[in-house]
Design a protein around this ligand. Sequence first.
Ligand code: CMP
Length: 147
Amino acid sequence: GEERTLAMVKPDGVSGNYTDEIKRIIVEASFSIVNEMFTQLDKETASAFYEEHSSRSFFPHLVTYMTSGPVLVMLLEKRNAVSDWRRLIGPTDAGKAKISHPHSIRALCGKDSERNCVHGSDSTSSAEREIKFFFKNVVSGDTASQH
Ligand code: CMP
């Protein structure tokens, strides 16, 4: 059946004006955009979202990057949404993606292992957590904007 995942265009993707092209790719790949919102993450929100990485050396820099400008958060739906979105965005390291996955979204708009322009939930359980994190009040089929 249908599955949902959390997608995000990060600050470098938004400031680089990639949101329209990324949304075209999303629709072309047969995802439905169930809900979306532009938001500016503050330090507390970005830290909570990336909680699982809090002990990593890159964490403080990641929080600075993620709070450097607005992001576009999207709730995507399709069959196999989690793995299909991960495949579409390509490897975490956008520098490597440009070589190994030249047609991926990260190859298109990312730069390196941090500034990789998009996010995707890495599992169905992460997707559930991340969707709740941004779209708390969304029940199945409700497409009302939260902000
Ligand atoms: P994302 O898929 O959103 O999940 C965690 C993020 O941390 C990742 O994309 C990158 O933006 C960042 N990240 C992961 N690994 C590194 C790294 N080695 N150095 C810097 N940033 C990283």
